[in-house]
Ligand binder design. Structure first.
Ligand SMILES: Nc1ncnc2c1ncn2[C@@H]1O[C@H](COP(=O)(O)OP(=O)(O)O)[C@@H](O)[C@H]1O
Ligand SMILES: O=C(OP(=O)(O)O)[C@H](O)COP(=O)(O)O
Length: 399
């Protein structure tokens, strides 16, 4: 069944729940460090407001327990600056206060409701029917006429605010969702050979994708960087030192080492591991080859090393298609930004390049890199889509 879009929605005077993904890097003070994801949704939001809709924005920020798990006030303030319409902030998500804030909207006005993940069920995965009976959905449905899902970056999560509303009220894809589905829908026709560069810190997501693209023969090469690369190195028997291993353990990713070992056994010829890594020693970047690693106490692998960058860059340059998700190191710290900056720059040289992810997009903007064929708002979502997997958000809009 085709998905309905904003072209199919009579917007004027209707109250819309609009799920967007403005999950962004924050400063230590909780301010926005990058607003790329907010800007990405401006088309959808301004269109709905110009068409005299009443917009209740739903969004998440961070993960429970993480240092990026904060309220959405800075996001609301920034949207208020960026949009040509009044945007209020409500510190409630689905309570009577939230409903009041939504009911008080006039035509062409918006309110940003509080971080959906402040509510515990929102961080669980449910089948759509069950998601449609959660408190969040139940609480808001009485004050909404329709739902718009523009949160492509969270489309791989079967969470209440993503898949619940379409079981209850008419639902539509926003402009970001529509564009991403168009561009990413057809990976099998992109030029070969295809190289997937996976990095960043969301190891289970990356592992699932690596498994899928190798199994389906979509990837000719998988280049591992970031924490993902560290996990593969640990799986390969490299002693990365306690600091790197503790980091993986603290994130709860210990099982991923076994998974990486299985993947190396089955597809080792197509998976590349870093041959050197960078640690901080005496306040400076210090590179260590992995075959003679001697990290000292407290030294964690924070970036891929120069030899790895050069080898990977060669593979990337010769690729027909490069799909890239996740920074190669702790790019926020200039000492460890080299791997990310150089690999990302090289990726623009491939015949066809797709990059995605919140932090990935932030890194691209930080380093001023352009020339990618498509910069997706989603990281995990884009990769999932590129594996041919169904995205729960899209299935929910279809049903
Ligand atoms: N070796 C590393 N050790 C610790 N953190 C890392 C390392 N490499 C990358 N990171 C971190 O990964 C984070 C981004 O990961 P992720 O959220 O998976 O990316 P994206 O949002 O693009 O999908 C960044 O904050 C970066 O500092
Ligand atoms: O940042 C996101 O995904 P990404 O890191 O894959 O780009 C989305 O907001 C989804 O967040 P989640 O991975 O905590 O569910």
């Amino acid at each position: 069944m085709p998905i309905e879009t904003l072209d199919d929605l009579a917007v004027q005077g209707t109250t819309l729940g609009v799920r967007i993904d403005i999950n962004s890097p924050l400063t230590d003070d909780g301010d926005l460090a990058d607003d790329a994801r907010l800007r990405a949704h401006l088309d959808t939001l301004s269109e709905l407001l110009e068409r005299d809709g009443r917009v209740a924005v739903l969004a998440h920020q961070g993960r429970p327990g993480g240092d990026q798990f904060r309220n959405l006030r800075p996001h609301a303030d920034r949207l208020d600056e960026l949009l040509d319409a009044p945007v209020e902030y409500s510190d409630a998500t689905f309570s009577a206060d939230a409903r009041r804030a939504v009911e008080n909207l006039g035509d062409g006005e918006a309110v940003v409701l509080e971080n959906t993940r402040f509510y515990s069920e929102e961080y669980m995965q449910f089948p759509p029917e069950r998601a449609g009976t959660t408190e969040l959905v139940d609480g808001l449905v009485p004050v909404l006429d329709a739902f718009v899902n523009d949160a492509f970056a969270a489309a791989h999560r079967s969470q209440p605010s993503i898949v619940g509303f379409p079981t209850r009220i008419p639902s539509y894809a926003g402009r970001v969702m529509e564009r991403e589905l168009d561009v990413l829908g057809d990976i099998e026709s992109t030029p070969e050979p295809r190289t997937y560069v996976v990095g960043g810190a969301k190891v289970p997501d990356s592992m699932a994708v690596v498994e899928s693209v190798l199994e389906r023969g979509l990837a000719d090469d998988v280049l591992t960087t970031g924490v993902v690369g560290n996990v593969f190195l640990l799986a390969d028997g490299t002693d990365l030192g306690d600091a790197s291993a503790d980091f993986v353990y603290e994130q709860g990713y210990w099982d991923e080492i076994d998974r990486a070992a299985d993947l190396l056994e089955e597809y080792g010829d197509r998976i590349r591991l870093p041959v050197d890594v960078a640690v901080e020693r005496d306040g400076e970047r210090h590179e260590l080859p992995v075959d003679s690693l001697a990290p000292r106490e407290g030294e964690a692998a924070m970036d891929v090393g120069t030899e790895t960058i050069d080898t990977y860059a060669g593979v990337v340059r010769d690729s027909g298609t490069v799909v890239l998700n996740g920074p190669a190191g702790v790019f926020e710290d200039e000492t460890f930004a080299r791997g990310t900056r150089e690999l990302f720059e090289t990726a623009t040289a491939a015949d066809y390049s797709i990059v995605g992810g919140g932090d990935t997009a932030a890194a691209i903007r930080k380093f001023g890199i352009d020339g990618f064929d498509h910069v997706s708002t989603g990281g995990g979502a884009a990769l999932n889509m590129l594996t041919g997997e169904d995205l729960p958000a899209v299935e929910a809009l279809r049903d």
